[in-house]
Design a protein around this ligand. Sequence first.
Ligand SMILES: [Fe+2]
Length: 254
Amino acid sequence: MSIGAWEWLKSKYSRGQSSVPPDHPCYWQTDIHSHLLPGLDDGVKTHEDSLMCIQQLVDWGITKIITTPHVSRDVFPNEAATILKQRDILQDQIEQANISVQIDVAAEYMLDDFFLSILAKGNLLSFGTERYLLIEMGWASPPRDLEQIIFQLLIDGYTPILAHPERYSYYLDNAEILQRLRELGCLFQLNWLSLTGQYGSRVSNQAQRLLKNNWVDFIGSDLHRPADLQKLGQLFTMPIYNSIANQPLRNSQL
Ligand SMILES: [Fe+2]
């Protein structure tokens, strides 16, 4: 694998021009967004595929994976107990495969009626001492009461993280709304694949806008299947990779 941009970062570090430890291309160490529990959503289908994905992340420098199955009313109404049970099974598989990585689970919650019902029951899977909660919105439109939901999450002691804000077509070219969400206390998680052009040039441009504004609190692979790995690896050869080092990333604090 050619990792030109990473080599550049290493040379910058050796000259004292960067404080980023350059041991591996994924120097942020913790991945907070992926779909690596087989059978729970549209992610990996088998444990073999899951282990293949995990091994590659580890080889890139990831030491902790918080995997996040979709939770939504219409398509993936996963309960917390089911997710935790699948985590235990994956944990056993990882130990048998002798892969050195810490595995935890949370979820990628669709902001729909099902979410509001589990929020009311207080049965959400968050992570970290800040009780980070990964949320996503539908592709057609955001929920009408989005600001109210964010407010409620904050009152309940969660720190909401909006998954891939660069991908919502209704927010393309609308930095004001994204700024408003940040002012409310919502953090942003950028999909690393958005920078590689995986979702088209408009999403890529929006991702670059987030970087320009220093609005990337977390970076995530949103890894669904082994076929994504080659595309993810492309990031390390791209000049835009260097912009990640300037972000207020919290991944490594987890
Ligand atoms: Fe996802």
